[in-house]
Structures are given as structure tokens and as C-alpha cells.
Design a binder for this molecule. Structure first.
Ligand code: MN
Length: 432
């Protein structure tokens, strides 16, 4: 049984989180041979966390990276070797597996790793002294106290580099300061690869750190194709639909499965979030049909569910401005210009004056932090179906086609989609 991680993109939005959640639920039902784990590669905003809590679903767990770690190659012997046994009792283990290191215990307590070199040295020194070896020593008389150790979370490549240079053949491995096993040089001959399914993205730059060391086993997405290479042929379901959650629901149908009430709520949330309650131009007939089905399965009323979800996430204040900008920020680089575009939804733009200065300031901080040329935030009023655009100072501001309200702020009536409406406009400005 192997673990397969399912992750959305960096700075995960509702669609990424919800599609990872639901797809893991589906896969765990249709494939009992593997364990599917929904993960997220960015922080959860408090409002999204509360949303998951309210509907009784556990949000995807945070995962920092997908590089192989020491824990992936750890050796855990089935038998414990006690320090109070004679050294000769090790011959049994040596004959069997030829290990270069032996974890030694005193009762329940791990004492240290005894290496084959320690044993050889002891015997050679005994002979050198022209002593007779005399009585057979106990393991504890030969065992050396050493500081060297690995943590289970240390990266495979780091461990390999250290052990290749070390004169020791093996290191003990600790997790939360408790000994859990050991590794020897032999463990590092081949790097293990983790398995991962990408949802709601397909580009390495938007994916989990270390994606190049992992096996991508599936991609479920609704974005343009970026560049990603795989070792083996993989399953892909990429469709130009309004949300990845829509595609995940279609996957349920393909497997003759039905989302339960909670899963339906989660899928519906991702769908209406990405399509701005089915009003965004990215919305397709399939999205509308899917939403209708999910509403029934979730036992909710669409308008009520949507308004509750958006208002719990909306209500932009100075306090949440930064959280909003950082939680959904996409970076595009073309023609030597890198631009970051954030998007957030609100239920009213009436209080824009209260937070616009704070947003502009935060935008510029985020721009500097990410070494970008230009940063912008699209704030969408999901009830009135309109947006405003806030931008940092940049030479191309003067070419923006939207109506300028004041410096760095533009009116975008009817614009709801970052991907289909704003992004093409910005990319054509950059490429002009
Ligand atoms: Mn999406």
C-alpha cells in the first residue's frame, strides 16, 4: 500500500482545497490498494478553516515539500539486540544480512549503533596488545558513544551527502527525539520517489516543492497546459470547465459513485467559488448541471449557501487585507516582466475606501518580497458582479484599458475572471 498525496496549487484557493479533499475521498473508495492523502501547500485563511469546520470536513493537511526524507529509507530491525549479550552473538545477524551497523538496546532503551568497524577495531587492538583475546566481551564493552544522528525529517539528499563523507557506516534516526530506526550507506543507493496527484494546476512552478523528485501519477485540472514532464504515462483529466471541483464530480460519476452530503458541500463550495456563483464567463453548461446535482446531494439552497460562504470569506478589512493578498496570488512571467495577480471576493465594494491604502501598501510589500516587476489585486463584488483593480506603481499602468478611478485603482465593470478576462489583458500589455 503506497501513499499518494493529492495537492492543489500554491497559495491554495477554495477550488484547490475542495478538489483535493473530494478527490482523495473518491480515490480512497475506488482504490483500496493505496492510501490517498489530501494536502495543501500553503496556509489556510481563518475564514476557509471556519468554512471546513462548519460543514464538518477536515481541510487538507499542510505539507511543506515532497522531497524524499530519511524516514523513507529507514531500517527498523524486527529483533532487538541487547547490550548485555556477548559480542559473538552478533555472528547470527552478520551471517543473515551482512549489515554494517547494529542498533543496540539496554532493555527498552536505545544505546547506540554498533558498527562492524567498531568490532573489527576492538579485535585488532586486542591482538596488537598480544593479549589473548581472553574472555569474550559484551556488546556494551565495544559499543561507542556517538553524537551523530539523523532526524526522520532530514532530506534524503542531505543524509546521503553526510553519510558518504562520514567514516561511520550508519547513523541512528530519531523522530521527535525518540529513536525509531537507523540508516546505513546502502540505504542511499537509490532515491525513493513519492507519488503525487496534481489537482487544479499542472505547472511545476505552482506545485509542491520537490515535485521534480516525485512521481506525478495523475493530473486533474482546468487550466492551460504548462510544462511538466513525467517518467511514465499518466492519467490526465484536463477540461475547460469552470472549476476543478466540477471535473472531480464528473470523476465520481465515471466511477458510479455519489458524493455524500459533506463531499457535495465541499465540491459545491469549490465550484461556486471559482465560477463566482456560476456568473463568471468561465462557467459552462456542465458547471451549471453539476451545481444543480450537488445542491440536491448537499441538501442546500444554492443562493443561500453561496451568500453564506462568500460573506464569511468577504468583508475585507485592513486586518485581513494582507492575508487575502497572500492567500491567492498567482505569478506570471513573460517578456522579462514578472507580474503577480491576486484575487479576492467580497459581498460589497462600498467599504473599499477603508482598506484600499492598506491593500496598496501590502501589494507593494508582496511585490518586493517576490521580486516582481508589478503586482495587482482584483477585488470582485460577487453580488453586483463587478470588480476593481489595485496595482503597484509600474510603467505600464498608463496603458491599462480599464477606467481609472484614482491613482493605482481601476474600475472593471462586469469583469469576474482573473484567468479569462484580466490575465489576457495584462499579458497583452506585457507583450506589446
Ligand atoms: Mn480552479
Amino acid at each position: 500500500m503506497s501513499k499518494i498525496y493529492i495537492t492543489g496549487h500554491r497559495n491554495p484557493d477554495m477550488d484547490s482545497l475542495c478538489s483535493a479533499y473530494a478527490y482523495a475521498k473518491l480515490k480512497n473508495q475506488i482504490d483500496k490498494d493505496n492510501e490517498y492523502i489530501a494536502v495543501r501547500i500553503g496556509s489556510l485563511t481563518k475564514s476557509i478553516q471556519k468554512f471546513f469546520e462548519d460543514i464538518g470536513a477536515e481541510p487538507p493537511v499542510y505539507k511543506n515539500h515532497i522531497y524524499p526524507t530519511i524516514k523513507d529509507v529507514i531500517l527498523i530491525p524486527s529483533e532487538r539486540i541487547d547490550a548485555n549479550m556477548p559480542i559473538t552473538s552478533l555472528s547470527k545477524y552478520y551471517n543473515e544480512e551482512n549489515p554494517s551497523s547494529y542498533p543496540i538496546y539496554d532493555g527498552e532503551d536505545f544505546l547506540g549503533l554498533l558498527t562492524i568497524d567498531d568490532i573489527a577495531l576492538w579485535f585488532m587492538q586486542s591482538i596488537e596488545k598480544l593479549d589473548k583475546i581472553g574472555s569474550v566481551p559484551l556488546i556494551k564493552d565495544v559499543l561507542k558513544k556517538r553524537e551523530e544522528k539523523f532526524d526522520a525529517t532530514d532530506l534524503f539528499e542531505d543524509g546521503k551527502a553526510i553519510l558518504t563523507k562520514s567514516k561511520l557506516r550508519g547513523y541512528p534516526v530519531y523522530e521527535d527525539n525518540v529513536y525509531i530506526g537507523y540508516v546505513t550507506r546502502r540505504c542511499f543507493l537509490k532515491a525513493p520517489r513519492h507519488n503525487v496527484i496534481l489537482v487544479d494546476h499542472n505547472e511545476a512552478a505552482q506545485s509542491i516543492k520537490g515535485i521534480d523528485t516525485a512521481n506525478i501519477v495523475e493530473i486533474i485540472d482546468h487550466h492551460r497546459l504548462g510544462t511538466l514532464k513525467t517518467i511514465l504515462p499518466i492519467y490526465m483529466d484536463i477540461e475547460p470547465l469552470g472549476s476543478t471541483c466540477t471535473i472531480v464530480y464528473q470523476q465520481y460519476l465515471k466511477h458510479n459513485m455519489k458524493p455524500n452530503e459533506i463531499e457535495a458541500k465541499v465540491l459545491l463550495a469549490g465550484l461556486i467559488s471559482d465560477t463566482v456563483i456560476l456568473k463568471s464567463p468561465t462557467t459552462t453548461k456542465v458547471d451549471i448541471e453539476t451545481a444543480n446535482e450537488l445542491v440536491k446531494l448537499a441538501k442546500v439552497e444554492l443562493k443561500e449557501f453561496a451568500e453564506k460562504m462568500f460573506s464569511s470569506m468577504g468583508g475585507l478589512t485592513i486586518d485581513v487585507a494582507k492575508e487575502k493578498i497572500e492567500s491567492d496570488f498567482k505569478i506570471y512571467a513573460e517578456n522579462g516582466i514578472s507580474v503577480g495577480i491576486g484575487q479576492c471576493e467580497v459581498v460589497t465594494l462600498k467599504d473599499l475606501d477603508n482598506y484600499k491604502e492598506a491593500c496598496l501598501k501590502t501589494l507593494d510589500e508582496v511585490r518586493v518580497k517576490n521580486s516582481l516587476s508589478w503586482a495587482m489585486l482584483m477585488i470582485t463584488d460577487v453580488i453586483k458582479e463587478t470588480s476593481v483593480l489595485l496595482t503597484t506603481d509600474f510603467k505600464l499602468n498608463k496603458d491599462i484599458q480599464y477606467k481609472k478611478i484614482e491613482n493605482n485603482i481601476y474600475d472593471m465593470p462586469g469583469v469576474l475572471s482573473r484567468k479569462k478576462q484580466l490575465l489576457p489583458d495584462i499579458l497583452s500589455l506585457i507583450n506589446q
